[in-house]
Structure formats: structure tokens, C-alpha cells
Write a protein that binds this ligand. Structure first.
Ligand SMILES: O=C(O)CCC(=O)C(=O)O
Ligand SMILES: [Fe+2]
Length: 214
């Protein structure tokens, strides 16, 4: 058994979300889970990562102006990926108990930003359509330095033009925020950058209308 204090991390996230809708925590996940994720990535062939899209549109040129990362969805069939997905399930249950958020499901993908890749400023969900309610971004990069670039820039929830903070994509850092409130952007990095972007959804399916999962 690891002695990592998961409850304490979940508690901090719940408190931050209640106060501001945004939480940034270093060393947020059990190191053995992070090691398994990095071993998993090392074992994956580069061509299992696919060019990421935006929403349901399929215009590849326009897409490449907005984002240049390559992605691969996680699933529990891989034991290494399951470690992370189970931690996020536990976080979901914790937030539902503490904040009554009604989170229902979680989906997430590895994202690989090669040197020079970026993701322009965007919101992960739009008000009123938001069945993606809570975003998580988790970082996997050893020894990331300020001069390596690749920061996540988070903008102010009230004033979308105003920069709120920048986060270095350092191994172990977990960022959690309300998906329809915080615009954010990934600056170009000088070297290869790995993250896991994920979203908790509420159950938006109603009779006769099944909301597509992705
Ligand atoms: O990797 C990151 O820092 C954030 C990625 C992101 O914003 C997204 O995939 O929606
Ligand atoms: Fe995003």
C-alpha cells in the first residue's frame, strides 16, 4: 500500500472549487500511478496518437490553426491507464459527496504536444450546453523548466481578456476547473510535452435524446 494521502488532495480540490471554481495542485496523484502512465506512454507507438479535432467539426486546416496536439483516449482495459481513471472516479465520488456536483461520467485523453505545438485560447464547454462541467488537466513531464515554454495560460472567469495565471506542465500537477467558466490556452513548448486532459460530465441524456459521449 502506498502512503500517498489521496483524501487530502481531494479535500483541497473541493475547497478550491467551492471558493473560486479553479484548483491547481502539485503532487496530486500517487507517484506509482504516474510512473505507470509514463511507462504506458513509452510503450505506445507514436501512430496510436491521432490528430485532435475541435467539437464535431471536420475542417482539418482550420483545426490545425487552433490546436496541434495529438491525442489518445484512455480506457480501463489498460491496467496502467486504469490507475489514473480509478483515481478520477474517486475524485468524482468525493466531489459529488462534498459539493453535490452530480458528476456522472469521466472521459480523458493523453495529449502529446510536439515541440512547437499549441492549443489556442478556448473554453471546453459553452454555457447552457455544458454537459462537460468540470475539466481536469494532469501533467506528466519530468524536470520541466520555465524556459521550456508550454505553459497552460488560464484567463479570468469574469474578464476573459485578463490573464489569471500560468501553469508549468510539471509532472504531478493537476489543474481542475469549471469547464464553461475559464478560457485557457496552451503556449508552444520548446520540447515534447505530455498531458492528460479530461472532463467530468453530468448526465445530459433525456428520453429520445442520447447525448453523444464525445
Ligand atoms: O494540456 C493542457 O495543458 C490543456 C489542454 C486543453 O486545454 C484541452 O485539451 O482542452
Ligand atoms: Fe481545454
Amino acid at each position: 500500500m502506498s502512503d500517498f494521502d489521496t483524501e487530502n488532495v481531494y479535500e483541497q480540490i473541493a475547497n478550491d472549487l467551492r471558493a473560486t471554481g479553479l484548483s491547481i495542485i502539485e503532487n496530486a496523484i500517487d507517484p506509482s500511478i504516474i510512473q505507470a502512465l509514463n511507462e504506458r506512454i513509452a510503450s505506445l507507438e507514436a501512430d496510436t496518437f491521432q490528430t485532435a479535432g475541435i467539437g464535431r467539426q471536420n475542417d482539418h486546416e482550420k483545426n490545425a490553426e487552433i490546436r496541434r496536439d495529438k491525442i489518445r483516449w484512455l480506457d480501463k482495459n489498460s491496467q496502467q491507464e486504469a490507475g489514473y481513471l480509478n483515481a478520477m472516479d474517486d475524485l468524482k465520488d468525493y466531489l459529488n459527496r462534498r459539493l453535490f456536483m452530480g458528476l456522472f461520467s469521466y472521459e480523458s485523453h493523453f495529449a502529446h504536444y510536439e515541440a512547437g505545438a499549441f492549443y489556442k485560447k478556448h473554453l471546453d464547454a459553452f454555457k447552457g450546453k455544458a454537459n462537460r462541467v468540470l475539466t481536469t488537466v494532469f501533467y506528466l513531464n519530468d524536470d520541466w523548466q520555465p524556459q521550456d515554454g508550454g505553459e497552460l495560460v488560464i484567463f479570468d472567469a469574469e474578464d476573459h481578456e485578463k490573464e489569471h495565471c500560468r501553469v508549468l506542465p510539471k509532472k504531478g500537477t493537476l489543474v481542475t476547473f469549471l469547464s464553461d467558466e475559464f478560457p485557457h490556452e496552451v503556449l508552444a513548448a520548446k520540447k515534447s510535452r505530455y498531458s492528460i486532459a479530461g472532463w467530468f460530465r453530468i448526465n445530459a441524456s433525456t428520453a429520445g435524446h442520447i447525448d453523444p459521449p464525445r
